[in-house]
Design a protein around this ligand. Structure first.
Ligand SMILES: [Mg+2]
Length: 296
């Protein structure tokens, strides 16, 4: 009875908020059920950042701010198509941008990065279930840390490139020791995390081919969920275990399956904002009134 009540209330909340509480969808992908089960049982979930956690490519945002957007976008496209080694493309892009510490700070203040809709709730649900969450990005740590803090991802849970500045604040280089500065770096980070922590199941989520690589190396991710909510890459759409176009599609795998809630009622309530809580209370009251009415 309580579960039915929660399901009905959840449905009403979904209608109002867009948070899906449907049973597991079939979705598209080569191994959808496998990916959904992996997400449900994962010890850790690794998210790409650009065009996944955030709605843009951070490096392109910085380049546009610095007035060299076209040149850097071209190098980014070449890197994503695999026609140029990643570390070479990264060095060329940074050389073209030559960002100072002050310019980076000003850009982030004037054009803060934006979280993709649904990601905050998904990460909150994963955290409530004590599933570890990591950001694994080819972008820059200095740009990612502020947006990561908004969803309670600590600096040590971020694997990304690091910009290095001279004492006067001018650009010096990027930290060559970051694995994400190299081809195959994201996959290496995911495999290393899995081995270091002894994770049984790890899921990688991202929009790019380098994200999908994390599934395809020995000791890598157990499932890859392609994210097409910002940009659709055909190679990723074709190769993903499960391809989604919104984070809401992933929520049922974390919160419920076959009518069984994976979150307690208390945790679900914490997942909602105060507005949602108010609406849930109203929905519960409506439900009680309906139950008191004699059935026809
Ligand atoms: Mg990306």
């Amino acid at each position: 009875m309580a579960a039915n009540m929660l399901r009905r209330v959840g449905g009403l909340v979904a209608a109002r908020t867009g948070i899906s509480t449907r049973c597991l969808s079939t979705g598209t992908g080569t191994r959808v059920s496998h990916a959904q089960a992996a997400l449900r049982t994962a010890d850790a979930v690794c998210f790409d950042v650009d065009s996944t956690v955030i709605t843009t490519e951070g490096i392109d945002d910085l380049a546009a701010y610095l007035g060299c957007g076209d040149k850097v976008a071209e190098l980014t496209a070449q890197a994503m198509q695999g026609s140029m080694p990643f570390h070479e493309a990264l060095a060329k892009r940074l050389s073209a941008m030559n960002p100072s510490r002050d310019e980076l700070t000003a850009m982030m203040a004037e054009h803060p990065l934006t979280l993709t809709p649904g990601i905050a709730n998904l990460i909150k649900a994963l955290h409530l279930r004590e599933q570890h969450v990591y950001f694994v990005s080819g972008g820059f740590r200095q740009m990612i840390e502020p947006i990561a803090a908004q969803v309670h991802i600590a600096p040590h849970q971020i694997f990304a490139n690091t910009l290095v500045f001279n004492d006067d604040g001018s650009f010096k280089s990027h930290l060559d020791s970051e694995p994400t500065s190299r081809a195959g770096g994201k996959a290496k980070v995911v495999a290393d995390l899995k081995a270091l922590h002894g994770y049984k199941t790890v899921v990688m989520v991202g929009d790019g081919a380098t994200d999908m690589e994390a599934r395809d190396i020995p000791g890598g991710a157990d499932a890859f969920i392609g994210f097409g909510g910002v940009a659709v890459r055909e190679k990723v759409k074709a190769g993903a275990d499960w391809f989604v176009t919104s984070f809401e599609e992933m929520m049922p795998s974390v919160t419920e399956a076959d009518g069984q809630w994976f979150l307690t009622a208390e945790d679900r309530a914490r997942l909602m904002t105060n507005q949602h809580l108010d609406f849930m209370a109203a929905a519960q009251q409506q439900q009680q009134q309906q139950q008191q009415q004699p059935s026809i």
